[in-house]
Design a protein around this ligand. Structure first.
Ligand code: IMP
Ligand code: ZN
Length: 369
């Protein structure tokens, strides 16, 4: 088995994946053409935005604006959720924390709540793999029926079926007001019964002020939701300090950290979601060989490899592990252990953690690591 195949077959944990950034290329093109035919957009005007390979951070956010035009209706949100879960499961991701920004679109009767319900419907509509997304302790009698027992079994008709745990994070976009951020947190609390476990702060990092979201983030934490923050995507020393002082359960990226930030981060032990391809493609790190992964890894700081936007950056989690192996000289056992340690940083409950530990233990034997 070559190293790419090995990275593919290894069980993996994905903790930083944006729903609309993980959309398949083929789906983006199909939706763009369909809207072009209906005269909603002009395909030739947007073709270059979609097909461009190396995008700056600013261009990435232009692409997101276009993707949101394409995807923000209930059926499409359901479809892309299903496809994204299927794609991660196909590459042996055994636990996926999928994040998305609830969106309101009055013209089509979409509220933030109905957006998230469309996501949940997408989780429920996956048939190619068993999806565990409803926490067992929750009363899930309203809105959707729980999965029938046969769907949650590992064996179906004598065949072992793949199973993926999925939990949701609701994102606050940095363009939003305090009130809108608070609405998202309240929605997350209401949707806990459908596997919402936390809140993410994301969006264009040059937009907005930390103090705008702080009341909503504090409220989220008080109510027992987990919080992860996009942190240090641009040089903003004060904000990085403020974010670390808030002590979120995880942070994403940590690209523009200075010595004092590293010191604070390392003493805090806050796990870092590392997105290698995303950082290189958006040029938030100069090149892969100077990536801060190496320093954090050598310091044994908690970290997890993630994709960020597998569709937008044409990557997948197996590729990210292969890049880490090739660029930083990790052997198979080290990659496996890196993946296994991520179990400790997930936002789901202890029962899920236990199940995942068992999966990794049994795969460790199979894969002889
Ligand atoms: P969505 O929340 O499912 O619509 O996923 C796309 C959104 O995720 C974008 O509009 C951004 O708000 C956020 N996002 C995706 N990638 C990044 C990133 O690299 N930095 C900050 N925000 C991001
Ligand atoms: Zn991100």
């Amino acid at each position: 088995m070559d190293s790419a195949e090995w990275c593919l077959s290894m069980p993996k944990i994905e903790l930083h994946a944006h729903l609309n950034g993980s959309i398949r290329d083929s789906t983006v093109l199909e939706l763009t053409k369909a809207l072009g035919e209906r005269g909603v957009i002009n395909f030739s005007d947007v073709e270059h935005v979609i097909l461009k390979y190396n995008r700056s951070l600013t261009e990435v956010f232009k692409l997101f604006d276009l993707i949101h035009i394409l995807t923000t209706d209930h059926n499409t949100v359901t479809r892309i959720t299903r496809e994204v879960v299927e794609d991660f499961a196909a590459e042996n991701v055994v636990y996926l924390e999928l994040r998305t920004t609830p969106k309101r679109n009055n013209s089509i009767g979409m509220s933030k709540r109905s957006y998230v319900e469309a996501v949940v419907k997408g989780l429920k509509s996956v048939t190619s793999v068993d999806v565990d997304f409803i926490p067992p302790s929750e009363d899930s009698k309203s809105l959707f029926n729980p999965l029938p027992p046969s769907v949650t079994h590992d064996k179906c008709n004598g065949h072992v079926r793949k199973k993926i745990f999925v939990r949701l994070l609701l994102s606050i976009d940095r363009r939003e007001t305090t009130e809108a951020a608070m609405e998202t947190v309240k929605l997350a609390l209401e949707m806990r019964q459908f596997g919402v476990v936390g809140i993410d702060l994301s969006g264009n990092p040059i937009t907005g002020e930390w103090t705008t979201y702080l009341p909503a983030l504090k409220f989220a934490r008080e109510q027992g939701l987990y919080v992860t923050l996009h942190c240090g995507e641009v040089p903003n020393s004060k904000e990085i300090h403020n974010m670390l002082d808030f002590h979120p359960q995880r942070i994403g990226h940590a690209c523009f950290f200075e010595d004092e930030h590293w010191r604070k981060l390392k003493s805090s032990k806050i796990p870092v979601e590392i997105c290698l391809t995303s950082n290189v493609r958006t040029m938030t790190v100069r090149s892969i060989d100077v990536h801060h992964f190496v320093d954090l890894y050598n310091a044994k700081h908690p970290l997890v490899l993630c994709t960020d936007d597998s569709g937008v950056f044409s990557t997948c989690l197996s590729k990210e592990y292969k890049i880490a192996a090739d660029s930083f000289g990790l052997g198979r056992r080290e990659m496996f252990e890196l993946s296994r340690k991520a179990v400790e940083y997930i936002f789901a409950d202890n029962k899920v953690k236990d199940d995942l530990r068992k999966i990794f233990n049994s795969m460790a034997k199979n894969m002889e690591v």
